[in-house]
Design a protein around this ligand. Structure first.
Ligand code: NAG
Ligand code: NAG
Length: 315
């Protein structure tokens, strides 16, 4: 029994010692981590629409320094510039941003020029690891403005035509859609029963709608819509007419005939007014003189004389 008790006591002692050792180690680890400043964020790549508010979150996970130095820098292609320094908002965010404790930057009215990387830097002098930083990538989306649309007014049947749509303000870059008589044109006409025979190609990136050869059925009211993550806008519908070259040819032909007929009519009128009658009399005399001198074909002369009398009678 005594031996058994001795064994039990020994194992208990070892257990207690082990436990104490574990506790000490844990404490050491905790102590070491307390001596470091560690940052974290809710969202490393936030986005917002222009004129909205947004939050660049910079959370301090661990720190032991009571009054750390907090700075925000905006990093653009021209290099970093101060946004928050010496406990004040500076630069182009002045009056548009505030700091929410401990280090989060709140932008109250974002503009398109705020799209950039921002760096939150915290210096904690009393910590062993005394500095940490975190980079937030902000995107401010800009709604497209009304696109400039160009639609040809009339295109000859069978010829090519190009409709264009451009919008430069939107961010991210706008994508384009074309509508004919309020119906969206599919990217590929072959995918739709309605547009199956149309010869167009469509680019959502450039906004260009190209017809290789227009058909009568391609005539209609066209408009374009520019769209991105921030919203969409569209231009007013414009009419594209398709005319037949043959009809134009016919109309031209008819016009030419009419003009020619007019000329002839005017010519005849002038001729009548300015001496058709007197020249007729002259020819009559000319005929009469040789007719009398000839004397051979009397019947013919009499006929001519009859004709002359008839003419003058009619006139
Ligand atoms: C945001 O700024 C724009 C232009 O700077 C201004 O027109 C608009 O009224 C501002 N919006 C708010 C909510 O302050
Ligand atoms: C397309 O053309 C074919 C052959 O000319 C015709 O049979 C068909 O009806 C046309 N489809 C449409 C939608 O116009």
């Amino acid at each position: 029994v005594a031996l058994a008790m001795q064994h039990l006591m020994r194992s208990l002692t070892i257990r207690v010692l082990l436990h104490v050792f574990e506790r000490t180690c844990l404490f050491c680890l905790c102590y070491l981590s307390v001596l470091a400043v560690v940052l974290n964020t809710n969202n490393a790549s936030p986005w917002t629409n222009e004129f909205d508010k947004t939050e660049l979150s910079c959370l301090i996970e661990s720190i032991s320094t009571t009054n750390p130095r907090i700075e925000w820098k905006k990093i653009t292609s021209e290099g970093p510039s101060y946004v928050y320094f010496d406990k004040k908002i500076s630069g182009d965010l002045e009056n548009r941003a505030v700091i929410r404790e401990p280090a989060t930057l709140l932008i109250t009215n974002a503009t398109r020029s705020d799209t950039a990387k921002y760096r939150c830097e915290v210096t904690a002098a009393d910590d062993q690891k005394s500095f940490d930083e975190i980079v937030i990538d902000l995107v401010v989306r800009v709604k497209p403005v009304v696109p400039k649309c160009s639609v040809p007014k009339s295109v000859p049947f069978g010829k090519s035509a190009e409709l264009s749509c451009v919008e430069e303000e939107g961010f991210p870059k706008s994508q384009y859609k074309w509508f004919k008589n309020k119906e969206e044109l599919p990217d590929d006409p072959k995918t739709s029963l309605k547009f199956f025979n149309s010869s167009y190609t469509l680019s959502a990136e450039t906004g260009t709608l190209k017809f290789i050869a227009v058909r009568k059925e391609d005539a209609g009211e066209y408009f374009c819509r520019a769209q991105n993550d921030a919203g969409s806008t569209q231009c007013a519908a414009q009419h594209m007419e398709v005319y037949d070259i043959d009809i134009v040819g016919i109309i031209l032909g008819v016009l030419v005939v009419v003009v020619v007929l007019l000329c002839i009519t005017v010519g005849i009128c002038c001729a009548y007014k300015q001496g058709y009658f007197s020249s007729q009399k002259q020819t009559g005399n000319n005929y009469k003189v040789p007719a009398k001198g000839d004397g051979v074909d009397y019947v013919r002369t009499e006929d001519e004389g009859d004709f002359r009398h008839k003419s003058s009678f009619v006139i």
